[in-house]
Design a protein around this ligand. Structure first.
Ligand code: PLP
Length: 353
């Protein structure tokens, strides 16, 4: 089965080689070396200062979102969330679950986030801006300049979920004034799911993370911070995925992250060119290289396309949660080729015929 899903994605051969080996115990120097190496590489690749802090957690991306929110914000804060789909909504739910006051800028499907959306939110006492830079449920890649400028003007903590952005699209944490970046293992990094990563700049670490009262034991980053000084984690880490990450970061470094992003971009472009005459509504918003959403026009059975693609050995995302079930999403990341992108469009056309 070839995965055109947004995560997990097709893995590279070298990752399978890593998976074959016996892992070590995590209270060892060998494991600490891996952790340090991964943290250093990640900081460089994500464009943040070496003084920033990296936290490795055994959880999916949502766990890392939750940890970020509850370690940076308290009930005295007031968060503004960009809600353009499933993941924006998740940020709101996290805030609400922990009684952190929050409001949202709610976007309709295919509605592009613009400066105008922020007009009513200036000087309203917000303390943080929470955004999923690529809202993966609809494919929109928000304009970071608008977000950064608003956060700066209003002196807000800028928390960015870059889970489907990192290694997919360009990302410069410090240059863009981002205080906390959230990533996970199963998307652009193309390794196993189960590793959530939070990266905070020094200022946020010192002013917020170290001083926030956290109503969670497992997700209290203060413990992760003190263990990280020894290159370790307070609880058993996903040792196996750390091996995969270590290997993947070496690969990305050798190849150059820009080149990998460029390849993903090329795959996305080839795919988007090929789908032009499909019976779909094409989003007018700026899109991530990570995936293309296909909103089929009325009368086209997206579920049938999903089922038949699967029979032909190609798995895409079909969202049963989507109200009228006309959406499938095709990813362009991980170990797939340009030819794969042309091939899947060919198959879709045959199925529709
Ligand atoms: C995939 C994804 C997540 C995390 O989902 P998990 O299933 O918890 O790993 C969060 N935010 C975005 C933008 C994503 O694409």
């Amino acid at each position: 089965m070839k995965l055109f899903t947004i995560g997990p994605v097709m893995m590279h051969e070298r990752t399978f080689k890593v998976k074959q080996k016996q892992i070590t115990h995590f209270r060892t120097k060998e494991f600490s070396d891996i952790t340090y190496r991964c943290a250093d590489s990640l900081k460089k690749m994500i464009g943040t200062s070496n003084t920033s802090k990296v936290f490795f957690m055994t959880c999916s991306g949502t766990g890392a979102m939750e940890a970020s929110v509850i370690n940076a914000l308290e009930v005295t804060d007031k968060a503004l969330v960009i809600d353009g789909g499933v993941y924006g909504d998740r940020f709101e739910k996290i805030c609400t679950a922990y009684k952190i006051p929050n409001d949202s800028i709610k976007l309709k499907v295919h509605e592009e986030l613009t400066e105008r959306h922020f007009e009513n939110f200036e000087d309203k006492g917000y303390t943080a801006l929470l955004v999923n830079l690529h809202e993966t449920s609809v494919g929109q890649l928000y304009d970071i300049n608008i977000l950064s400028k608003f956060a700066k003007r209003n002196n807000l903590l800028l928390i960015v979920d870059a889970i489907s952005t990192f290694v997919c699209d360009e990302y410069y944490m410090d240059k863009w004034g981002i205080d906390i970046t959230i990533i996970s293992s199963q998307k652009g990094l193309a390794i196993d799911p189960g590793l959530g990563i939070v990266i905070t700049n020094k200022k946020t670490y010192e002013e917020r993370i170290l001083n926030t009262y956290v109503t969670s034991l497992y997700f209290d980053l203060k413990a992760y911070a003190s263990y990280m000084e020894k290159g370790q984690t307070p609880f058993t880490p996903a040792v196996e995925i750390m091996y995969e990450l270590d290997d993947m970061l070496i690969y990305i470094k050798e190849k150059g992250i820009k080149n990998i992003i460029k390849e993903n971009k090329e795959k996305a472009e080839v795919f988007r060119e090929a789908i032009k005459d499909l019976p779909i509504t094409y989003p007018k918003t700026k899109m991530s290289n990570a995936l293309t959403p296909l909103y089929f026009n009325k009368g086209v059975d997206a579920y049938k396309i999903y089922r038949n693609l699967k029979k032909r050995g190609m798995l895409v995302n079909f969202d049963t949660s989507d109200i009228d079930s006309r959406l499938i999403r095709v990813s362009h990341i991980g170990n797939t080729s340009i030819e794969d992108m042309s091939q899947i469009v060919k198959e879709i056309k045959e199925i529709i015929k």
